[in-house]
Design a protein around this ligand. Sequence first.
Ligand code: NAI
Length: 334
Amino acid sequence: MKEKIVFFSAKPYDKVFFDKANAPYGFELEYLETHLGPHIVQAIQPGTFGVCAFVNDKLPAPVIDVLAGKGIKLIAMRCAGFNNVDLEAAKRSGVRVCRVPAYSPEAVAEHAVAMLLTLNRKTHKAYNRVREQNFSLNGLLGFNLFGKTAGVIGTGKIGQAFCRIMKGFGCRVIAYDPYPDAALEKAGVQYMSFEEVMRQSDIISLHCPLTPENKHLICRETLDLVKHGCTIINTSRGGLLHTADIIQALKTGKVGYLGIDVYEQEEKIFFKDLSAQIIEDDAIQRLMSFPNVLVTGHQAFFTEEALTQIAETTLDSIRIFAAGEEPPKDRILV
Ligand code: NAI
């Protein structure tokens, strides 16, 4: 009998891509729409080999302890980030954890650039305007990317892809990463301190993981450093931005444009159709009310190429663990 894997936060597109990728493996895949968290973990049937979770599932120690108690062997994250999993608890309880370290980093980098180009050329406004037969250009004035300084925080796989694209636009690209990449430096990206990147950049794009150390990396103190009117793009994790502080900086014009694909309280909002409901989160409503803020609902990863790779890598890791072997190191978290 093939191993059973229970998927949480599963959407119709997850089923399409995972069912297709499962053809050569034949695992028993069960798709649940609900988030994984304390409210549901008890319902998982003993005999299940693993759970497959996503960015807004909650895997703190009590959830992992229940999983371990039920004999679950594996938590397979079908994403790169893992800030929502208590890895220490997993280590303690002997549950293995894997992820998809890279699935088309270009998908995320290109979305960051798409947000930037929307904001700097106001194409979101132009789209609506011409539909009303309004061809006036008033209020659509943009700015060139050519010659601007783009600051990149975190130059891993996605940050590097973003750097390459910005170089193509003719930007000066500067970066901060505790582990600078020599090849990127050779390609003309200049590393400097975080503070210096904040000071010198016209555009700042966040591509570092969220950790306890860098929570609210962008807050009042660090926003004090930026050029007046700078653009900030966050496709990384919502917790990197202090929402109230960024709203204040938008009000004063210190931040001229903001593009966010992630939001600190996103688990209650993103990936859902709330069009007929009242959203109680005032901060996201305030953010969406600014004409110079663009919000997308954690869609940077959402391309054909990325979903195919996520499904194939996740199932390959499950096969390897099920065979009692070890997948490539960069997929293993615990
Ligand atoms: P990666 O692991 O290849 O690179 C992360 C880089 O950030 C590393 O070079 C690391 O040294 C650096 N870093 C760590 N802490 C830092 C700090 N405090 N300041 C500056 N740099 C720091 O990760 P990858 O694949 O590039 O992904 C980056 C992040 O993008 C993920 O952690 C995830 O949160 C986010 N992401 C978002 C997606 C979306 O759909 N919006 C999809 C995939 C990832």
